[in-house]
Design a protein around this ligand. Sequence first.
Ligand code: TXA
Ligand code: MG
Length: 310
Amino acid sequence: MHVIARPTEDNLERALDVLSEGGLVVFPTETVYGLGGNAYDDSVVAKIFQYKNRSEFSPLSVCYASLEAAGDDVVINARARLLAEKFLPGPVTVILKRRANSRLSWLCSSGLETIGVRIPSHDTLRYLLERLPFPLAAPSANRSAELSSTTALDVSRSLSANGELFILDGGRSQLGIESTILDLTSEKIKVLRMGAANLDEISAKCDFQLAMEDGSSSKPATHYRPKKKVVINASFVPETCGLLAFGEPFPNKCRRLMNLSRSENLQEAAANLFFMLRKLDETNIDAIYVMPIPQRDVGIVINDRLTRMT
Ligand code: TXA
Ligand code: MG
């Protein structure tokens, strides 16, 4: 059931409760509606993918109350500071390097070592961000491959196949198109998505040279892939390799073992995927062997991402 509620004080409190208990909330932003939850919690982030029916793991941007607030999770460089001074809070998402000790779910960035940081200006969302002890992983609140939603009703229609959802209704989105995405991690600033913030204005006010990313779309430039060889649908594991198990692991010995979900829960497996691949990749093994994952529900997404790594 979807509850569509005006952002009164009571309803904002309720939204804070839902989020604190690991639930998801839909909120208005100045660009389009967002579907958000605790960015530090793998299972919450996995739920976002499920609600959106995403057919692949592409990174989600993360909303913070301010650039300083993001400092625990990402490295804030001089260009980010300058951009923030002129344009944030507002409709620009900046890609920055993840800090080694960040608590952000690896699923949030689909295993990438960069994070899309968004500092929204909408009052309702700011109210929530200023009171929560965690940032919000928040993609646009629409079913994957559908257009972003700009009204609460659109959201409700687009995500209709799903279960319970608390939707804060802020009326029609002020900007109606998504934020402009700038990658500030490399020497050349790359425009990953053209959006609500005007590029000429950004170059003029910040003195930035902006380079269009080839085939500039909303797709991330790279996908995370482990350095080690990945073997999927394995039916055994060599002794010098690591096993990423699903359910009951193979009985023979191997150098490292991690289990995506002992109880064969696909949701849990999705939440663990990038974290465990990274852990295994850091160890002294020859290759990562992955047990077969059922090709249903979020298992399809997991298999899609694993296939790209082979
Ligand atoms: O205006 C907006 O940005 C809206 C509102 C809700 O905040 N959000 C939004 O989120 O459009 P989403 O997930 O639909 O689009 C964010 C885009 C995705 O295409 C994703 O690939 C890209 O940002 N992105 C996020 N993190 C990234 C990263 N670390 N590297 C490259 N691209 C990234
Ligand atoms: Mg989107």
